[in-house]
Write a protein that binds this ligand. Structure first.
Ligand SMILES: NC(=O)c1ccc[n+]([C@@H]2O[C@H](COP(=O)([O-])OP(=O)(O)OC[C@H]3O[C@@H](n4cnc5c(N)ncnc54)[C@H](OP(=O)(O)O)[C@@H]3O)[C@@H](O)[C@H]2O)c1
Length: 288
């Protein structure tokens, strides 16, 4: 097993170090700009040495994960004297391996290893990491090693080219961050009929879980339900009117999402092209 080191003892660094060490990967060294953070992580992993510099980590480990915030990755990598036979990997979802160019010039193998997961806290990251998908970039033999690590974490992987990375990350923003935004919009609408945010969230959660369950079990496009999937023009017209009257700032968002939903309904086959055209006209109409 390769000796592994981490530079950056935050959420992702801690979750990876803890979970990989539980699978008998030797996590031998850790550094952070705050020694306290490094010490905290080291307490969770057996035989992990707290280092004062990133260079010490690179000297002790064969595979170094740079798990700092994105903006610090290039600076950390360029501050280390790498050598052939070493590997360095970052975990950013948006940056390609090109930001590790300084390490590649010194003949280290470079890669990226992005957990496609949302980590709001360290404990929740340790819980959520296993079973995640990982986006990988690397050349062989590092690529195979990174694939092995995803297996140890019970995850699967997708291999990306450097040019794909930004689009891949934008897709993650739709699936994760904007889902949060949509729930917040729904919770806010419940305020209009007097239900407090906590109660609204609690009531909406089974619907959300049911939707995710349907995406998982039934799949796209058949998991789509609701007025657009049925072609219920009258219902949609009522929604547009009530939003226009009470929450006009949401009208364009509702319309735009509706327009994006029509092709899913068509693919499901519950509406025909004629109904899709009528839906499109209704959702494109400017309301006075
Ligand atoms: N969080 C997520 O949901 C998530 C998901 C997938 C991928 N990622 C990626 O994982 C990487 C790490 O993100 P994170 O959420 O774990 O960040 P984080 O919780 O903020 O942790 C980053 C750690 O790096 C330390 N640090 C900052 N600058 C440093 C430097 N120059 N040298 C050494 N240590 C430094 C920070 O110290 P301080 O505490 O003193 O600032 C902190 O302990 C990023 O590339 C991110 O894009 C994050």
């Amino acid at each position: 097993m390769l000796k592994i080191g981490f530079v950056g003892a935050g959420t992702v660094g801690t979750a990876l170090a803890v979970r990989l060490s539980q699978k008998d990967c030797p996590v031998v060294a850790i550094s952070d700009r705050s020694i306290t953070s490094a010490q905290k992580l080291a307490k969770l992993v057996t035989n992990c040495h707290v280092c004062h510099t990133a260079q010490e980590v690179a000297d002790a480990a064969e595979l170094v994960f740079i798990t700092t915030p994105d903006d610090a990755i290039a600076g950390v990598a360029s501050g280390i004297q790498w050598h052939a036979g070493q590997s360095v990997v970052h975990c950013s979802g948006v940056h390609s391996i090109d930001i590790l160019e300084s390490a590649r010039r010194l003949e280290a193998a470079v890669g990226s290893f992005h957990p496609l997961q949302t980590f709001a806290s360290v404990n929740q990251a340790i819980d959520n990491l296993p079973g995640s998908a990982f986006a990988l970039e690397a050349e062989e033999p590092l690529l195979s090693r990174l694939k092995e690590l995803t297996s140890l974490l019970n995850g699967n992987w997708v291999e990306l080219k450097p040019r794909d990375k930004v689009l891949y990350h934008a897709a993650a923003v739709f699936a994760c961050n904007y889902l949060v935004t949509l729930v917040k919009l729904a919770v806010d609408l419940w305020q209009d009929f007097g239900v407090p945010p906590e109660e609204a969230t609690k009531s909406l959660l089974p619907l959300l879980k049911g939707t995710i369950n349907n995406i998982d079990k039934v799949g796209l496009p058949d998991c789509l339900t609701g007025p657009i999937s049925r072609g219920d023009l009258g219902t949609i017209d009522k929604h547009l009117n009530v939003l226009k009257a009470n929450n006009s700032s949401l009208l364009n968002t509702y319309k735009e999402l509706g327009l994006q939903t029509i092709p899913i309904a068509l693919a499901k086959g519950k509406i025909d092209k004629g109904k899709a055209k009528e839906l499109k006209a209704l959702l494109s109409l400017r309301r006075k």
